[in-house]
Design a protein around this ligand. Structure first.
Ligand code: NAD
Length: 273
């Protein structure tokens, strides 16, 4: 169901379906999106300091009918804050803006060479101090993970990656699975482009579901956490209505087969900081 979860390697339950709020404007837009989501069953919100909407996210949680402790709240340390001391500072600033005293998951937003090892030591400290229930990374390819693991004392619990039928990176998923790292999708709707694909239109009519529901259901059947973004109440509600059907194995494979490596976001190996 919508409040179901995958278990992270430290035993924490991570709701496998959440709301993304990238490009949701701080103020009433993000406040209402978060409130609408939580009041309709979502229990997981994905923000980042760079989204400039943490204050509104915090306000939305407080104005919802859901207790803070029942929300899985995620934020990320931005590139310019990487490094040990600056990450600790950035974390406190995020807590302050969100109006909370802990996070459920804190992520290194992008890999940034050796400095990410210092960033990771800061996340380990925050985790040991119980200021955050789980720590992880985002946009780490296998070689970034292997490099981090040479010095990490705690294996990241999550890797949040661009993931949709055009960018499956099955090898990376399997590498993460082998290390106990939960795979998570960003831009699961291809930033809106998935709605243009004929094959998605066909599957939607076959199952009598929407294109969003089909692709998000595929994420969950692949064991991938997903955080579609919308700030429209009707879409927020409809996107999560995917627990009354199942894609056949053949149709899961059909979507896997659309993989052509096309990205809609930056390439982690060529990201301009
Ligand atoms: P997405 O794939 O979730 O697509 C969002 C777009 O789809 C929006 O334009 C929205 O209006 C549209 N949409 C949503 N539901 C729809 C529906 N039912 N019908 C028609 N259109 C619909 O894109 P995203 O926001 O880039 O990714 C989701 C979340 O992932 C973000 O909000 C953010 O939280 C996270 N993210 C993380 C990173 C990272 O580097 N870690 C990068 C990008 C996004």
């Amino acid at each position: 169901d919508l409040q179901g979860s995958f278990e992270l390697h430290n035993g924490v339950q991570m709701p496998y379906f959440g709301l993304g709020v990238y490009l949701s404007k701080d103020g009433s837009e993000v406040v209402n999106a978060v409130k609408d989501a939580l009041n309709h069953g979502y229990r997981h919100i994905d923000t980042a300091s760079i989204y400039n909407n943490e204050e509104g996210v915090g306000q939305g949680i407080r104005e919802s009918n859901v207790d803070r402790r029942d929300v899985f709240l995620v934020s990320k340390v931005w590139n310019t804050d990487q490094g040990y001391d600056s990450t600790l500072k950035a974390f406190d600033a995020s807590l302050e803006r969100l109006g909370t005293d802990y996070l459920d998951l804190y992520l290194v937003h992008w890999p940034k060479g050796d400095i990410s090892k210092d960033t990771w030591r800061a996340l380990e400290k925050l985790y040991r101090e119980k200021k955050v229930r789980a720590i992880g990374v985002s946009n780490f390819l296998q070689h970034h993970l292997e490099d981090l693991l040479t010095s990490a004392e705690i294996v990241p619990m999550v890797n949040q990656m661009e993931f949709h039928p055009y960018l499956v990176q099955q090898d990376l998923i399997e590498f993460c699975n082998s290390k106990g790292i939960q795979y998570e999708a960003w831009s699961p709707l291809m930033q809106g482009n998935v709605f243009e694909l004929d094959i998605m239109k066909d599957l939607a009519s076959k199952y009598d579901k929407t294109i969003a529901q089909i692709v998000l259901r595929w994420d969950l059947q692949k064991g991938v956490v997903t955080i579609p973004k919308s700030s429209k109440k009707e879409r927020i509600i409809a996107n999560s209505d995917l627990f009354d059907f199942e894609l056949s194995e053949e149709d899961v494979a059909l979507l896997d087969g659309l993989d052509n490596g096309k990205r809609f976001g930056p390439d982690p190996d060529n990201f301009d900081f």
